[in-house]
Design a protein. Structure first.
Lengths: 112, 116
């Protein structure tokens, strides 16, 4: 079974704090993704990575950065958290040559 | 623009009945794929079913089937014999190529409630 884990299920941070969201997959997948999910908007792609140290911007990268130093780990960084970044964050991974993305359980981030 | 539209914010169905969740898509690509994911209240996204644009037969996975009508650009999910555990959010998504990489575009979701 593919397993994608995220470091926290719930997180509360203050405005201006630096926030790290961690994602780990155990299936040696090349591709990893970060999405945010908001009611009425579905899932929107923030960043993705197709290999170690490689990254591409998604549809809403502003205010976020990412890091992929090891194949199994993909981190989402909020340099200076703002209240409009309160959301559910979902990580996913996908093997090369396959279509299906496997998702983690999500992190519900609240910025106050 | 590539887009997924789910026009039903919520659907109700009685246990053991069938239900259809609507999904229409917009793309100019000839090669694409369509997915359905289920998201229970616990939050994780669970893959249900996939249909490729060149697949001639509708995809089926157990109680799930995808009613693919290419000319109408629709990819509706049919759940037969609904169960209480089917209550969840359901998302339709499309695989597209963007700057040489594949990515998924999601609809806004449909909340399904199955009643006893």
């Amino acid at each position: 079974d593919v397993k994608v884990t995220q470091s926290s299920r719930y997180l509360v941070k203050r405005t201006g704090e630096k926030v790290f969201l961690e994602c780990v997959q155990d299936m040696d997948h090349e591709n990893m993704f970060w999405y945010r999910q908001d009611p009425g908007l579905g899932l929107r792609l923030i960043y993705f990575s197709y290999d170690v140290k490689m990254k591409e911007k998604g549809d809403i990268p502003e205010g976020y950065s990412v890091s992929r130093e090891k194949k199994e780990r993909f981190s989402l960084i909020l340099e200076s958290a703002s209240t409009n970044q309160t959301s559910m964050y979902l990580c996913a991974s996908k093997g090369r040559g396959t279509y299906e993305q496997y998702f983690g359980p999500g992190t519900r981030l609240t910025v106050t | 623009a590539q887009k997924i539209t789910q026009t039903q914010p919520g659907m109700f169905v009685q246990e053991k009945e069938a239900v259809t969740l609507d999904c229409t898509y917009d793309t100019s690509d000839q090669s694409y794929g369509l997915f359905w994911y289920k998201q229970p209240s616990s939050g994780e996204m669970i893959f249900l079913i996939y249909q490729g644009s060149y697949d001639e037969q509708n995809a089926t996975e157990g109680r799930y089937s995808l009613n693919f009508q290419k000319a109408r650009k629709s990819a509706n999910l049919v759940i037969s014999a609904s169960q209480l555990g089917d209550s969840a959010m359901y998302f339709c998504a499309m695989r597209i190529l963007n700057t040489g990489f594949q990515k998924l575009v999601f609809g806004t979701g449909t909340r399904l409630l199955v009643s006893p």
